[in-house]
Design a protein around this ligand. Structure first.
Ligand SMILES: *Cc1c(COP(=O)(O)O)cnc(C)c1O
Length: 379
């Protein structure tokens, strides 16, 4: 067990969430039911979209989105190498090929100007990631997708609250997928959601998360027994009422969480601005950053030394992310080499994620800032 003074992350569950969860435990209906529906409606409303479907994880949400478009062997999906492995893995699950496009130096988001040259006859979709909570250039990407008749799926695991040019996640994409994993902006330990504007897709998703069954558990429980049918081969990744109960009220407080995190980011920005050893990804004008995490970039030769020293000082750290094409599976399968995606590699080799959450105390923030600034004097 590492002795840690400052946790990397603390969740924001409060009495209202725990009470709601307990009330579910006191009913007989633990799985997908009324509370999931309530959460879905509230989540869709928050994003100003008509439809949301609760699932087990964001990975499942992304997988379902690809499956809806029948993405399969011989297809290609364009995506970013600078993300959590789930983004590329779901493409592999379909038997398709993830085609990586390098990222922007300033934000770490997929470089929209490089997408067109990666499109081939096999390309079916573009899977974008709103990295760290800052949205990609969805207007530009939508234009490219329309020109080549491609689908867009947004991996919005980092970005519930963000906007760019007034546009929210899910507005220009065909699907947007969200995560409620343990460290995400709102959490139920594990959980996910997928949003869309198309009613047909919505109806398909509700069945696809439950084996393709024609009737869900609520139908079967509340009405007299009727035989169900299986209309197509679906999966098993429905959200439970327990998860939904934990999420329902966090959604009311999500803007407050963001304000608290925004204030910490400003303090970090200010304190690191004079430190020549550290750069910070840009926040672009006309964007509302969802502030999933706070990352700094340091000399790649010294990055792991920083990691050691931060941990020695009791500070929880993470790396978001080492480029996916360097993971053994991808490296072997597709023969990737150093230099294939230079900017993503540079990010992956230089980045460090610092603690960022509303419960972070002022004394802790100062300890983190002083530690980082002192390391730069000694390494
Ligand atoms: C967390 C994360 C996921 C996966 O979310 P799960 O809910 O754990 O499946 C996918 N993409 C990105 C970018 C993530 O950070």
């Amino acid at each position: 067990m590492i002795k840690r003074k400052i946790e990397f992350y603390k969740h924001n569950l409060d009495q209202a969430d725990k009470k709601e969860c307990l009330s579910i435990l006191n009913t007989i209906f633990l799985t997908t039911g009324h509370t999931v529906k309530l959460f879905e409606e509230k989540f869709a409303r928050y994003l100003s979209l008509p439809y949301a479907v609760g699932v087990s994880t964001c990975t499942d949400a992304l997988f379902l989105a690809l499956k809806y478009y029948n993405i399969s062997a011989d297809d290609e999906v364009i995506t970013t190498p600078l993300s959590f492995i789930a983004t590329a893995n779901v493409i592999e699950y379909c038997g398709a090929k993830p085609v990586f496009v390098d990222v922007e130096e300033s934000t770490g988001n997929i470089n929209a100007d490089l997408i067109e040259q990666a499109i081939t006859k096999k390309t079916k979709a573009i899977l974008v990631v709103h990295l760290y909570g800052q949205m990609c250039d969805m207007k530009k990407i939508r234009k490219i997708a329309d020109k080549y008749q491609l689908k867009i799926i947004e991996d919005s695991a980092h970005c519930i609250e963000g906007t760019r040019d007034g546009i929210k996640p899910g507005t220009l994409g065909d699907f947007a997928c969200f995560s409620f994993y343990a460290t995400k902006n709102i959490t139920s330990g594990e959980g996910g959601a997928i949003v869309c504007k198309d009613e047909k897709a919505y109806e398909w998703l509700k069945k696809a998360r439950l084996h393709g069954m024609s009737k869900n558990a609520v139908d079967r429980y509340t009405k007299r027994y009727e035989h169900y049918d299986m209309e197509f081969l679906g999966y098993k990744c429905n959200m439970t009422n327990i998860q939904a109960a934990l999420l329902l009220h966090q959604l009311d407080r999500i803007e407050n969480f963001l304000k608290a995190k925004e204030a910490i980011c400003r303090q970090y920005d200010k304190s690191f601005s004079k430190n020549k050893m550290i750069t910070i990804p840009n926040v672009l004008p006309n964007t509302k950053h969802a502030r999933y995490i706070y990352t700094i970039l340091v000399d790649p030769q010294k990055r792991d030394l920083y990691l050691e020293k931060l941990q020695d000082m009791g500070i929880g750290v993470a790396i978001n992310f080492r480029s996916i094409h360097f993971m053994s599976y991808y490296k072997k399968k597709y023969n990737y080499r150093r230099g294939d995606f230079l900017t993503a590699e540079k990010f992956g080799d230089s980045t460090i994620t610092l603690p960022l959450y509303p419960k972070l105390k002022q004394t802790e923030i100062i300890h983190i800032i002083n530690t980082v600034n002192n390391i730069t004097l000694t390494v």
